[in-house]
Design a protein around this ligand. Structure first.
Ligand SMILES: Nc1ncnc2c1ncn2[C@@H]1O[C@H](COP(=O)(O)OP(=O)(O)OP(=O)(O)O)[C@@H](O)[C@H]1O
Length: 598
């Protein structure tokens, strides 16, 4: 992943509002479904609101003080028009809201599906767990921000703008002098709007950052509770939480004070406009340039004009954070996946003994130096290979490339002489399985966890899988057998038992190539004997590559690959390497020393 792509993941593209809208509609076309119907409904609703002031003016000027005196049937007629106006507004408002809600929920669902699916395809395996976690939670909260805006803000914004424009037009039709008075009173607000809006956007931006800091200050000690207790750093942790909550409180208060200023200026402008309309209106009335009805209608129109001005300011601020969130989610979706499944057009390999080859493989993590250099090795079918080396020498990276969790920076990994990039995922995952050090167990039954290896297997096949690894007696010792719950992350089982589950899962998957990351955690001697016996049976008849942390594994292998600083520096059988005076001999000596200490 390039630096530009990494930045796109964090911030999204540098696109403007319209460009974001265009890209957003491309990703979620549902958002624009029947937009013209929604537009007409929104217009009808706004027009309905204007009917009331016009009807008031007509009632007073024509119905009550017309040339022939009060005309009650005209007044009644106007009441009907008013009622109709109110009913049409309510109906159109309901339909507009429902249509916008349906469209935005459908559009957001598509965006969520695309974004979360894509997070899995991203080069996440080359990134740290924290970054992966941050990416998922950011996508979640960004989509929520967009969702809030689309559901409420977008609707209010649309209506507010329409209402202001229509009110302005009607005001000018009635009296350009009074309309000017209203606009004059709002000039201070319009003049300060840009400044206020920028200040609010900045202030709320800091509030969002403070929310993030607060959440991580609260969440980290929960995740790392053991470390917090073990090192007695509760006080320091608590102080950090308190400080972050206080920082958030201070910043949120500041931001809300700014919102308060905007609303107050808006209220002031509305008050001034009402007073101005009344004073100037009376003068105009004396001069016969305005009627009582027009004056009263203006009072309504000022309210219709001023309410949206204040609301639109707030909505604009929400819109800014919604667009920023939208941009970031679109950035995630637009980041190309590193490991691409060739899919239908990919090679489907026949099952059977497998040959593995690394041809001149170099690998570097994003923005890092090479951690594997010029690795070339061929592993023949049914060979049992142990990979050893100091910590950080590149063993895990080698295993990830072998299983195509990542692709080489240069060179290629070949399975039966076919580049792994050309093999369909389905075929590849059928042939190659990796058993990690601590295979993740889901909070479900033993059977369900094992079934992840191959979902369609029957209970009878599951039992055979346990039996073929010599684990029937262990299974029978569990209170509920296959139905035993394993607990969250498998915490109801011991570390050794979790390894057994991982081995049965791999056995069920029945791969041609088994890649194992040997567990380092201490296991009680009884379970260790079981794990070793099960491993022995699992590897029989397969090609296997094991990241070895134990001397016994290296001793039992047909061949040992010794990694040092990203290169294979020695290779051969244990017996050949042990007295050669190289890296392997050093490792061997330290294993022996460890064993004698234990
Ligand atoms: N996600 C990552 N991002 C950046 N660098 C990484 C990442 N994972 C590993 N590295 C670096 O790559 C190098 C090789 O790491 P690797 O995990 O392959 O070593 P290892 O031999 O398996 O070590 P260990 O025995 O400790 O697991 C190290 O320098 C490590 O810091």
């Amino acid at each position: 992943m390039s630096a530009a792509e990494a930045s796109r993941l964090d911030h999204g593209d540098d696109a403007g509002g319209l460009e974001t809208l265009r890209q957003g509609l491309k990703v979620s076309p549902e958002l624009a479904n029947g937009w013209w119907v929604t537009g007409i409904l929104a217009l009808t609703m706004t027009a309905g609101r204007i009917v009331v002031p016009i009807a008031v003016q007509q009632t007073i000027d024509k119905g009550l003080s017309g040339p022939g005196g009060a005309d009650l049937s005209y007044v009644a007629w106007m009441c009907v028009v008013c009622t109709l106006g109110i009913l049409v507004t309510a109906g159109a408002s309901y339909l507009t809201t429902v249509r916008l809600a349906i469209n935005s929920e459908n559009g957001l669902a598509t965006m969520r599906i695309k974004a979360f699916r894509h997070v899995h395809d991203l080069p996440v395996l080359t990134q740290s767990t924290e970054r992966r976690g941050a990416l998922v939670s950011r996508v979640t909260s960004d989509v929520d921000t967009v969702s809030q805006f689309l559901q409420f803000g977008g609707f209010i914004f649309l209506v507010s703008i329409g209402q202001m424009l229509l009110a302005t037009v009607v005001m000018f039709v009635y009296s350009w002098q009074l309309a000017l008075v209203v606009l004059l009173c709002f000039i201070p607000l319009f003049a300060s709007l840009k400044y206020l809006q920028r200040a609010m956007s900045k202030a709320y931006g800091i509030v969002r950052a403070k929310v993030g800091e607060m959440l991580s200050a609260v969440a980290e000690p929960v995740v790392g509770a053991q470390v917090v207790r073990a090192y007695a750093i509760e006080k320091r942790t608590q102080d950090r939480i308190d400080t972050s909550i206080e920082d958030y409180r201070r910043q949120a208060t500041k931001a809300q004070a700014l919102t308060g200023v905007t609303f107050s200026i808006g209220g002031l402008a509305a008050g001034l406009a009402n007073a101005g309309v009344l004073s100037v209106g009376v003068l105009l009335g004396v001069d016969k340039q305005a009627t009582l009805g027009e004056l009263l209608a203006f009072m309504f129109l000022v309210a219709l004009f001023s309410d949206p001005v204040q609301i639109a300011t707030q909505v604009l601020t929400d819109a800014q954070s919604a667009f920023a969130g939208w941009r970031r989610v679109l950035g995630v979706i637009a980041t190309p996946a590193d490991v691409v499944d060739p899919g239908e057009s990919g090679v489907k390999q026949p099952r059977g003994p497998i040959t593995v080859e690394f041809a001149d493989v170099d690998f570097a993590y994003p923005e890092g130096d090479l951690v594997l250099r010029d690795v070339g090795v061929r592993i023949e079918p049914h060979r049992r290979v142990a990979v050893v080396g100091e910590t950080g020498s590149g063993k895990t990276t080698f295993a990830k490339l072998l299983t195509r969790l990542m692709d080489p920076t240069s060179g290629s990994v070949l399975l039966d002489d076919v580049d792994a990039r050309e093999i369909s995922f389905e075929s590849l995952r059928e042939r190659v399985v990796m058993v990690p050090q601590d295979g993740y167990l889901f909070d479900a039954s033993l059977a369900e966890n094992v079934r992840f290896g191959r979902p369609e297997v029957t209970d009878a096949e599951l039992l055979t899988a346990f039996e073929s690894l010599g684990l029937t007696d262990w299974l029978e010792s569990l209170p509920d057998g296959l139905d035993s719950p394993v607990g969250q992350r498998g915490e109801s089982l011991s570390a050794g038992e979790r390894q057994l589950v991982a081995l049965v899962r791999a056995n069920i998957a029945d791969p041609d190539l088994l890649v194992l990351d040997e567990a380092t955690s201490a296991v009680d001697p009884g379970t260790e004997v079981r794990v070793n016996a099960a491993l022995e049976r699992l590897m029989a008849g397969r090609t296997s590559v094991t990241i070895a942390h134990r001397l016994s594994t290296a001793e039992a292998a047909d061949e040992v690959l010794v990694f040092d600083n990203g290169e294979i520096v020695e290779r051969g059988a244990h017996a050949e390497l042990v007295g050669a005076g190289g890296v392997y001999e050093r490792l061997h000596d330290s294993w022996i020393a460890q064993r004698s200490v234990a």
